[in-house]
Design a binder for this molecule. Sequence first.
Ligand code: DX5
Ligand code: ZN
Length: 223
Amino acid sequence: MLKIAPSVLAADFAALGREIADVRRAGADWLHLDVMDGRFVPNISIGIPVVASVRKATDMFLDVHLMIMEPRIYAARFCDAGADMVSFHVEADTAEGITKAVEAVKAKGKMVGLALKPATPAEAVLPWLEQIDMVLVMTVEPGFGGQRFMEDMLPKLRAVRRMAAGRGKDLILETDGGIDERTAPLAAAAGCTMAVAGSAVFGSADRAAAIRALRAPTLSQED
Ligand code: DX5
Ligand code: ZN
């Protein structure tokens, strides 16, 4: 069954504790936290102190998505702040920098993911595929919630799934951007196991119904 990670980017930040408790009650699997530095993406969101406060407020699995330049500098600090999964973009650092960031997160005993912007091919994760726990495929240009799902990213999802399967690797495949009732089943059919959903969950008055609707249409028979 498709798992759902609501993105707090679409939450009311002035009531974040209540918003998180609400999606937890509603059955969300993970909580997705979008960190933006105004350089890697043309927007600024939240950072280390907010992750640390959220950590104190909930026992949910914290899925931290870094949209920042040079993630090697900050990856470990997000682990210390309480992230359970830290993912960052292959486009945001040198190959050595990405290796350092992956190692820094592993050294903290946390899960690590690599994220791909729409223009970046699936093969870009290959050098690190053995070490990582997740690949995050952006299905919108990173930076903003509420954008339209790019259906031309579906072949990339399938390619990542194939690469992982070819190596006998049990990889979490996450889709981020434009997930709603119509697009969730497309992503799931392409091999996605974790769907990030901002507006589709936080924009709905009944979050439990919204999460159920995103999960419901899974086409395949996996768990
Ligand atoms: C965009 C973020 C997403 C965003 C998704 O850069 O990475 O996590 O919150 O929002 P929706 O689901 O509204 O497209
Ligand atoms: Zn995200």
